[in-house]
Design a protein around this ligand. Structure first.
Ligand SMILES: Nc1ncnc2c1ncn2[C@@H]1O[C@H](COP(=O)(O)OP(=O)(O)OP(=O)(O)O)[C@@H](O)[C@H]1O
Length: 557
């Protein structure tokens, strides 16, 4: 049963195809002569060079080679069938046997299964050179993530698969927070590996991300403190074996939180590019983000829940309700540089058109650049207002409890992030907006919600900033709980500042600049292909680390 499950998962991950005898399955095919082989090889080579350069001459060469190969194959087949007919005529006694032998051989050839792997552009990879399967991995295990099962999950479910796939793995079980990040930044001999694997939750993934990106920039002499710096993409792939309490990044890139599925994506060398946002304050680097940057509502939920860690996982429920009832809004200015290409809009239905990967994300940089050149680039836009929430979703942020996520059609690797502005509105309207996270209705179809696909943005709070996070928490403590308005539909209360949550970490500054770096990292994954069906409560897993207990079930509006 275990074997059947693995084979089924592998077939789902890699695809499979039934090919004929002519696909090399049957070496005894008599018409496959050296002449035919040479003609078909030439056809393939000219096809590849036509794809590479796309000139009319290359197209012409391909057309000629194709015609020539077809002619040679037809001649060879005709010759072989003539020989077959002559042999049948010459020996009447063995003719029936020969006839049925030939029929059986041809039938067997047609049922010969060939497993196939798709590249990042959705093309079928046919040669072993084009399929990059890892041979050597560096694995970090957080033994304290989630239910503390990281080590067991790796040893029992993942290591045996790596062993069978002849993948060697150097395993480091972390001894403290930031152990993996610091090791990657300084000590790890990255040349020895084809990829880095993280066994843990989103916090652990963030460590690996920071370690790998920082190391790559340091090795390439890029100063990541500069907001305008062009960051160098990481050469090593990252694999995520989910073993945390929040595994949103894994869910959003693989489509499920299952260690065996993730291990298979690593083994077959699937490759999913992913954008990374860099966050700066006054020209100094703060953090990288791949999923959600949230100010206002989500920032407040996370800040409050961090102050109440002693409450355990229930703290997310309590902080969610408390923050909702507080109904705080924040005044400030959002400036943003809209996305260059209109090939994707945050309100599009995300269509994969039957391809295994997203067409927008698989476009090469040059294609987008050409498109932008023709359609022009738009300049910075500025919006001033009072906001209940400002969210930048770099991916859909889908999770089991919010199957479509905060921005259902956000792309993983298009070089943009979806900036969602929720303006001051009544508590009831905000409630209706939150409920949209759990159903399939248009998230942005409310007059007080707007969404922009952007390459960069900046937020400046109205009042000048407090010096540090400590000041911020002090300020929040002093401000206490805002009054709950029973009779009013809107609340006129506003604290000065909220704070940003950046993939589940609180940032020390509210005034931030964010730039999206297109395809800075690559995961051993291939994006979500199928819709997830489960629906649960509003806040749970909505953004990384915003898990609420399923006790809070609200119905849809
Ligand atoms: N050995 C360790 N001891 C303590 N903390 C660690 C250790 N290794 C990693 N960490 C830290 O634990 C934090 C949480 O890890 P992880 O994301 O794997 O689990 P999680 O249960 O999903 O956590 P959370 O719900 O807080 O995100 C990470 O931020 C990481 O820096």
């Amino acid at each position: 049963m275990f074997r059947a499950a693995i084979v089924e998962a592998a077939a789902r991950s890699c695809g499979s195809k039934v090919a004929g005898a002519s696909r090399g399955g049957n070496p005894r095919t008599r018409w496959w002569t050296p002449e035919v082989k040479g003609a078909v090889k030439l056809k393939k080579e000219t096809y590849r060079s036509w794809l590479a350069c796309g000139t009319p001459e290359a197209a012409d060469s391909y057309r000629q080679a194709k015609q020539s190969a077809a002619r040679v194959v037809t001649e060879a087949k005709t010759r072989v069938w003539e020989e077959f007919g002559e042999a049948m005529e010459q020996d009447f006694q063995s003719a029936p046997k020969k006839f049925w032998q030939t029929v059986r051989r041809l039938r067997r050839g047609k049922r010969n299964p060939v497993h196939t792997v798709f590249g990042v552009g959705g093309e079928l990879l046919t040669s072993t050179e084009s399929i990059v399967r890892p041979r050597s991995l560096l694995v970090y295990i957080n033994p304290y993530g989630g239910k503390r099962q990281g080590r067991r999950v790796y040893e029992q479910k993942v290591a045996p698969l790596f062993h069978r796939a002849h993948i060697s793995a150097d395993v480091i079980v972390t001894e403290r927070a930031n152990h993996a990040r610091d090791h990657l930044k300084t000590e790890a001999e990255l040349d020895k590996y084809d990829g880095v694997v993280c066994v843990g939750g989103d916090g652990m993934f963030s460590e690996i991300l920071h370690g790998l990106v920082t190391r790559t920039q340091a090795d390439s002499g890029v100063d990541q403190d500069q907001p305008d710096a062009e960051l160098v993409p990481c050469s090593l792939h990252i694999g995520i074996i989910p073993a945390g309490s929040t595994d949103c990044i894994c869910f959003a890139t693989v489509g499920t939180n299952d260690p065996v599925t993730s291990a298979l994506h690593i083994i077959v060398g699937d490759s999913q590019p992913m954008d990374v946002c860099s966050v700066h304050h006054n020209n100094s680097f703060l953090r990288y983000s791949v999923s959600l940057l949230g100010y206002g509502f989500y920032g407040d939920v996370l800040s409050d829940s961090e102050r109440n860690r002693w409450q355990g996982p229930a703290r997310y429920d309590l902080s969610g309700v408390k923050t909702f009832l507080s109904h705080n809004y924040y005044e400030g200015t959002v400036s943003f540089l809209p996305a260059e290409s209109n090939k994707g809009d945050p309100r599009d239905e995300l269509k994969l058109n039957g391809k295994p990967v997203c067409l927008v994300c698989s476009q090469q940089g040059s294609v987008l650049k050409e498109y932008n050149f023709r359609h022009g680039s738009r300049g910075w836009k500025v919006i001033h207002g009072k906001f209940l929430a400002i969210n930048a979703a770099n991916m859909s942020c889908a999770c089991p409890r919010s199957p479509k996520g905060l921005s259902p059609s956000a792309h993983l690797a298009d070089g943009n992030t979806d900036l969602i502005l929720v303006r001051k509105c009544s508590r009831l309207d905000f409630f209706r907006h939150l409920l949209r996270h759990t159903n399939k209705d248009d998230q942005f179809d409310h007059s007080f919600v707007e969404v922009h696909r952007v390459r960069r943005f900046r937020f400046q709070p109205r009042h000048h900033e407090l010096a540090s996070l400590e000041d911020l928490s002090e300020g929040l403590k002093k401000s206490g709980f805002s009054p709950i308005c029973v009779t009013q539909t809107t609340c006129n209360y506003s604290t000065t500042h909220s704070s940003w949550t950046c993939d589940g970490e609180i940032l020390p500054h509210a005034d931030i600049q964010v730039s999206v770096h297109r395809q800075l990292i690559r995961l051993f994954a291939r994006g979500i292909e199928e819709e997830q069906q489960q629906q649960r409560s509003v806040f749970e897993d909505l953004g990384p680390h915003l898990a609420l207990e399923p006790s809070l079930h609200w119905t849809v509006d």
